[in-house]
Ligand binder design. Structure first.
Ligand code: NAP
Ligand code: MG
Length: 469
């Protein structure tokens, strides 16, 4: 495919291969964009932002609504593209396409809700005779830098709200998975988005990233990706608004009154979906020592029942990881833990990009498999004695994106909700759950700001205060 800059589909002599991570086959190529391409995209987007700023909200709603209809017509193609380039099983690829369509629908609706408020200025000691109001206005040019693991829906979570709010958007998709973003760009254009208002530049983040983040004409950066890249972008960004949706090593806590059957089902579902490559994957499973042994016995067969293989075959339960180097890293962390005294319950093997679903028990929280973001199909079990200790362990991390607790005790559930420092708290489910309309975002090194179209629109607009004297 080609990239979209300045109202044109642009090609380059230098290409980047896009692989199917299952067998390494080349499914397509995209141009290798450079810093000049980024600059041209931002120049065009500036014009686009003027067009969008003066477009009536109802028209922005209609365009996004049309885009959601076009996505519905092309769900199968979108889902297959996601699975082919990313490696997630086809049911997850189709599921992502359906969610992405919903994200755009939600964004269309938000285009109609850019409210301001009146200000009771006469209530101020110096305000007699004054009248004030706020106007919510677009930022201008929004840059959207996105990760590989949800190559369509996470692009929609930026493009939808950016356009709904009356901005132009420059998308820099992950190099491993640019095809879904380019398809989305085509759909947006087909729906009537002015060609200057959306740009999609392909190319390596380490080469062109600073040209995006450092450009003063970009007013807002919305980034989803790893902690370290996020921190780098913040340093380069300077005076800009930023939203950072970063990584985590999400805990799932099993209190002694939990229904172990349900917990095991949730652990298998929330630890291994997309081969564990989800920012809110269950990674650190903290289990009360009273039920620890029984829980391992319940969990083991459920994880062993996950068949691995070609993600496009419907019978397969888990596909490959995105890159062999990541599978190697996950495997090293598992074996480092086992060499350090942890117990391998199941899994542990790797062939190419395919890593077996793995459970490691008796993990010391200092081990990498617990203390760093594993972002692969492995969960680490550690036991605790008291609820207080479980909460301390859950919080003993630089991350804070999502957490889950299983208990029937309402006091424990509330204590957990109040005391765990995390952007999302799940009572009686694992940490991996999201409805696209809800506010979603992390604490601590998991970032700042919220997504979910209503909240992203707030972050992609500015409040103007108007005073009548
Ligand atoms: P990544 O390596 O940080 O890359 C994310 C994006 O940043 C890619 O488009 C990448 O481009 C680009 N990039 C790389 N270096 C850059 C630079 N110097 N300047 C600007 N952009 C740069 O993340 P990933 O491996 O794709 O995704 C996995 C990570 O995303 C995990 O940490 C996961 O937890 C996190 N994540 C968070 C959320 C959330 O909502 N909080 C959701 C999903 C994923 P290239 O691909 O060209 O390198
Ligand atoms: Mg990466």
């Amino acid at each position: 495919m080609r990239m979209f800059i300045g109202g044109n589909w642009v090609d380059k002599d230098e290409k980047i291969d896009v692989h199917n991570p299952f067998d390494g086959s080349v499914i397509d190529t995209v141009p290798r964009g450079d810093a000049q391409d980024v600059a041209a995209a931002i120049t065009s987007a500036q014009r686009g932002s003027e067009i969008m700023r003066s477009m009536p909200a109802y028209e922005r709603y209609e365009i996004l609504h049309k885009a959601s209809e076009l996505m519905t017509e092309r769900l199968e193609e979108l889902g297959r593209t996601v699975s082919s380039e990313e490696g997630k099983i086809i049911s997850e690829g189709l599921g992502e396409a359906a969610r992405a369509q919903e994200t755009i629908t939600l964004s269309a609706e938000e285009a109609k809700r850019l409210y301001g408020e009146t200000l009771p200025l006469d209530a101020a000691s110096n305000g007699a005779g004054k009248f004030g109001l706020t106007l919510r206005v677009p930022c201008g040019v929004v840059a959207a830098i996105t990760p590989f693991n949800f190559p369509l829906n996470l692009v929609c979570h930026k493009v939808g709200p950016a356009l709904a709010a009356g901005n132009a958007v420059v998308v820099k998709p992950a190099t491993d998975t640019p095809l879904s973003a380019l398809l989305l760009t085509q759909i947006m254009l087909d729906a009537g988005v002015p060609p200057e208002a959306i740009q999609c530049v392909t190319g390596s983040g380490s080469v062109i990233g600073d040209a995006v983040s450092g450009d003063a004409r970009v007013r807002k950066i919305s980034f989803t990706g790893s902690r370290d890249v996020g921190e780098h972008i913040c340093q380069v960004a300077g005076l800009k608004k930023v939203t950072m949706e970063l990584g985590s090593n999400a805990p799932l806590i099993v209190l002694p009154d939990a229904d172990l059957e349900k917990v095991a089902t949730a652990t298998a579902a929330t630890g291994f979906a997309n081969a564990g490559q989800v920012c809110i994957s269950a990674q650190r499973v903290l289990v009360d020592q009273e039920v620890y042994g029984d829980f391992i016995d319940t969990l083991k067969p459920k994880v062993e029942a996950l068949s691995t293989g070609n993600q496009l075959e419907e019978s397969v339960g888990m596909g490959p990881m995105i890159r062999e180097a990541d599978a190697v890293r996950v495997n090293e962390w598992i074996h480092e833990a086992v060499d350090g005294g942890a117990t391998l319950v199941t899994g542990g093997d790797r062939v190419g990009t395919m890593h077996a679903p793995t459970v490691v028990a008796d993990v010391d929280p200092q081990m990498k498999i617990s203390s760093q973001e594993v972002f692969g199909p492995a969960v680490a079990l550690t036991r605790f004695d008291t609820v207080e200790e479980a909460i301390t362990m859950a919080n003993d991390t630089n991350y804070g994106l999502s957490a889950g607790v299983f208990t029937q005790n309402v006091d424990w559930a509330l204590k957990f909700a109040q005391e765990v420092h995390s952007g999302n708290i799940n009572i009686n489910w694992g940490p991996q759950w999201r409805a696209d309309l809800m506010p979603y975002g992390g604490f601590k090194d998991s970032g700042m700001g919220k997504e979910g179209p209503k909240y992203a629109v707030e972050e992609m607009t500015e409040l103007k205060t108007v005073i009548f004297h």
